[in-house]
Design a protein around this ligand. Structure first.
Ligand code: ARG
Length: 445
């Protein structure tokens, strides 16, 4: 390899050295240090397959594998740096191998291309990160569940941010638990769909060597075996998109919860107090305690949507098979992963440490006719068709609004002016706590 090209995997057909600006622009080293390990893992499996198929002798395979392990050790030990002279992680690893074991290292790339290699690296990494995010979800769900059980307080439920019907703080938190359980399944499903091995697809057209792609797939733990089609195997970025889309939905859930924490901790609601550790102050207003943690989760959600959108747009007009545009999957995934990981961690802490204020929740329950629907339910239970009951209770609400009273503050005589179906037991029926013990509402306790 000529000296001028000593940091390249190509160069034979070039008369001129790459411009420094181009080298800088083309290098993915800025953002892909995390691919060094999966790249070496993929290479070790590729070597095992080459030995298995007779492309390398056992001894050659052992030397190359040891060399690859040495590259990784040296990299972790900080003895070698992945710098912008290297176009990408594949270049860095292969050239470091050749530096260590000499010409034998040049056999590593037989029967593969960087096009299938980068996809196998990414799939290994994405699968691993999906498992890590799943663990964070599990942790968060455990905390949500514990916090919910510890806080069974009655509170107003809202639609249109208007008080609607009574619920419990516990049940409200558990709604997020349900969302996160779906997010968890979405991640697992994305992993199941992506679980096919691209290595061996070559640049786009396989290879003339009789390699064993199923062997490589097994070595690397791809349960779906090798990719069905060489061209798709290198042109596919669905797996990153699917993960980004699952991340986007997950962030949307966290952002909604963040929004509620912000609202609930305001003086207007006063339903919770966030722990000092996850709030900040003002440089001018001494009294302020701001929910910055929650606001940052809400604010960064847009970044994850942007990461998804950026990759969708990069992919949408690309002809088969590989195009360099696709290298940007790394930027998008790494950025989204950072946001998701940090957001799950901070939200878990904010939930674990918040203090609920049951008296404020109960006080809010008593204003806004949160038992109006149950008054209608009572009439229905006494033979009034629901639509008529709805109209009757609407009239009662107008009456109460004018008199500045709540429905339970009316006398039985007053109620009977609206419908003769009312009996003394109406007051027990529409008691806010009693409501939660009726019918399927018990599930909210
Ligand atoms: N680093 C590239 C990527 O991740 C892989 C190299 C693609 N091959 C090429 N001929 N440029 O997309």
């Amino acid at each position: 390899m000529p000296d001028a090209y000593s940091t390249k995997l190509w160069g034979g057909r070039f008369r001129e050295k790459e411009d420094a600006l181009m080298q800088h622009f083309n290098s993915e080293c800025w953002r892909t240090d995390w691919l060094v390990e999966p790249d070496i893992e993929g290479s070790i499996a590729h070597v095992a397959m080459q030995v298995h198929c007779g492309l390398l002798t056992e001894a050659e395979g052992e030397t190359i594998t040891a060399g690859l392990r040495q590259v990784l050790d040296d990299y972790w030990a900080g003895q070698i740096a992945y710098t912008p002279e290297y176009e990408d992680v594949h270049t860095f690893v292969e050239l470091q191998l050749i530096r260590r074991i000499g010409d034998l290292g040049k056999k590593l790339h037989t029967a593969r291309s960087r096009n299938d290699q980068c996809n196998v690296d990414m799939k290994l990494y994405v699968k691993r990160q999906a498992a890590a995010v799943t663990e964070l979800i599990d942790r968060f769900c455990t905390t949500l569940h514990r916090k919910a059980v510890e806080n069974p307080w009655i509170m107003p439920g809202y639609t249109h941010l208007q008080r609607a019907q009574v619920v419990t703080f516990k049940y409200h938190l558990m709604a997020y638990h349900a969302m996160l359980q779906r997010d968890r399944r979405r991640l697992q499903n994305a992993v199941a769909v992506m679980d096919e091995c691209p290595l061996g697809c070559g640049a786009l057209a396989g290879t003339t060597h009789a390699i064993d792609r199923a062997f490589t797939a097994r070595q690397l733990g791809f349960t779906g075996g090798p990719c069905a089609n060489f061209m798709d195997g290198v042109a596919d970025r669905d797996f990153v998109l699917e993960m980004l889309s699952a991340f986007s939905i997950l962030m949307m859930h966290l952002s909604r919860l963040a929004e509620e924490l912000i609202l609930w901790s305001s003086s207007e609601f006063g339903f919770i107090e966030l722990d000092d550790k996850y709030t900040t102050g003002s440089s001018i207003m001494p009294q302020k305690k701001n929910p910055d943690g929650a606001e940052l989760v809400r604010g960064r959600t847009g970044r994850v949507y942007g990461d998804l959108m950026a990759l969708l747009c990069a992919m949408k007009g690309l002809p088969l098979a590989y195009n360099k545009d696709m290298q940007q999957d790394k930027d998008s995934f790494a950025d989204a992963l950072d946001v998701v990981t940090a957001s799950l961690a901070i939200m878990e802490r904010m939930i674990a440490t918040l203090k609920a204020k049951p008296e404020a929740m109960r006080a809010a329950v008593q204003h806004g006719f949160l038992n109006a629907t149950e008054v209608a339910d009572y009439l229905v239970a006494h033979g009034v068709p629901f639509r008529d009951a709805h109209g009757i209770v609407g009239q009662i609400v107008i009456f109460c609004e004018d008199a500045n009273r709540s429905i339970e503050q009316l006398t039985l005589e007053e109620l009977r002016r609206f419908s003769p179906a009312f009996e003394q037991d109406i007051f027990e029926y529409i008691d806010y706590d009693a409501i939660l013990h009726k019918g399927i509402k018990r599930e909210m306790l």
